[in-house]
Design a protein around this ligand. Structure first.
Ligand code: NAP
Length: 385
């Protein structure tokens, strides 16, 4: 039995992870965390009987008055995540908290030498250099959950690192890929919250609409696979069907792709069972009896609608504090859009402004990154401050 700690159990990735471990053999859920959705956390507690249930939101935790089964302990506060990530019994940490809040627990798991099934891309976007260094020192293995990175991870096994020509990161293009340029300014929040191919949490859905999700994934890929962004060893390709989850091209011209229906349960299962593949899981199969067309478009970087990709590539190249600023500014800009303070097509330019104007440092410490994140979040992004 592999023992897992699932941080962000009540979210989209968290629920899919429990679907997987509830269906395949060989896993015991030792810890689950939830922030505000306590009724769901309670259901999960009753079904999986974990040793630890972590209520990360201290205010919401005051409302917890459910009976706790024998053998389960309730822990309150974010600090419990970092403590449980380092518990000797925990073998796999599934990092599925959304946003910057996933940083410290991912860092703790990296420091403690755990297998990390990483969904929380933001922890690499903010602190990629630090997470990678800690993982190297402790022997922690990071296995990606993000479908594109899982595909790259799998495809890389077809050759040696020095044989790699480039990684081709696919992007669905989001819900507005075919919307005329001049209509992007009128996009509403409700439209931005509907994704054509993936069913995901609200933040990642909105980030997919602006293509900022792909910008975050570019930075995530750089750190996960140690990509040389100057050569560059990474390219983005728009693939609206989301069936090819990404590709790897080797020196001899061979391109290895990973295909499957858009369903996060496969990359999650893969991250848990790696290096093995197991059958009997809840994942969907490709229907090869159905005719289907797969399209690929190279983004036209002279069109402002692809500015998020450009910004992601530049930020990945720069490293240092740039990723932390991009991530915080993205959260701010999206909140300003949701509140109706800025238009949809103003989101990426506001983020770019923050990244370009900040006081760049090439080798920040974790504490400096956390401080910078807080500093950026105090800005009033709608005024371009
Ligand atoms: N969804 C996808 O298909 C997908 C695909 C690839 C990568 N990812 C990445 O996976 C991560 C999770 O995404 P998601 O879509 O599953 O998000 P989600 O559905 O919004 O779930 C987020 C989880 O984090 C918890 N949470 C929220 N704020 C928190 C805070 N301040 N402190 C601690 N916990 C907090 C939530 O708890 P409550 O719900 O109890 O409040 C929930 O368990 C993100 O980094 C995302 O980019 C997601």
């Amino acid at each position: 039995m592999k023992k897992i700690a699932l941080f962000g159990a009540t979210g989209s990735i968290g629920r899919s992870t429990l679907d997987v471990v509830g269906t395949i053999d060989g896993f015991r859920v030792l810890a689950i965390s939830g922030h505000k959705n306590l009724p769901l956390l309670r259901e999960q507690m009753e079904r999986f009987r974990p040793r630890w249930v972590i209520l990360t939101d201290e205010e919401a935790a005051k409302e917890w008055d459910f009976p706790v089964p024998a053998g389960t302990e309730i822990c309150v506060g974010m600090k419990a995540l970092t403590e449980i990530a380092a518990e000797p019994e925990v073998e796999i940490v599934v990092s599925a908290i959304v946003g910057r809040a996933g940083l410290e627990s991912t860092v703790a798991a990296a420091r403690a030498g755990k297998r990390i099934a990483l969904a929380n891309k933001e922890s690499l976007v903010i602190g990629g250099a630090i997470v990678k260094r800690l993982a190297k020192e402790s022997g922690a293995r990071i296995v990606p959950v993000d479908s594109e990175h899982s595909a790259i991870f799998q495809a890389l096994h077809a050759g040696k690192r020095y044989e790699l020509e480039r990684v081709i990161l696919t992007a669905s293009g989001g819900p507005f890929f075919r919307l005329p340029d001049e209509e992007l300014r009128n996009v509403t929040v409700a439209q931005a919250l509907k994704h054509p191919t993936w069913n995901m949490g609200a933040k990642v859905t909105l980030d997919s609409a602006t293509l900022m999700n792909k910008a975050l994934e570019i930075i995530e890929a750089k750190w996960l696979f140690d990509l040389n962004m100057e050569k560059p060893e990474l390219e983005v390709m728009i693939h609206p069907q989301s069936v090819v989850h990404s590709m790897v091209e080797f020196q001899d011209g061979a391109v290895i792709a990973q295909l499957s229906p858009p369903d996060m349960r496969l990359p999650i299962q893969n991250a848990l069972t790696y290096p093995d593949r197991v059958g009997g899981g809840p994942t969907r199969r490709t229907d090869w009896t159905r005719n289907q067309t797969l399209e690929f478009f190279s983004p036209d970087y002279s069109n402002p609608r692809f500015d998020a990709l450009k910004l992601g590539l530049e930020t990945a190249r720069r490293g240092g504090t740039a990723g932390a600023v991009l991530n915080a500014a993205n959260d701010l800009a999206v909140s300003a859009f949701i509140r109706g303070e800025i238009r949809f097509d103003e989101i990426v330019p506001r983020i770019r402004h923050c990244v370009e104007e900040h006081d760049f440092r090439p080798e920040p410490t974790l504490e400096e990154l956390i401080e910078l994140d807080q500093e950026i979040r105090k800005k009033r992004i709608m005024n371009n401050e």
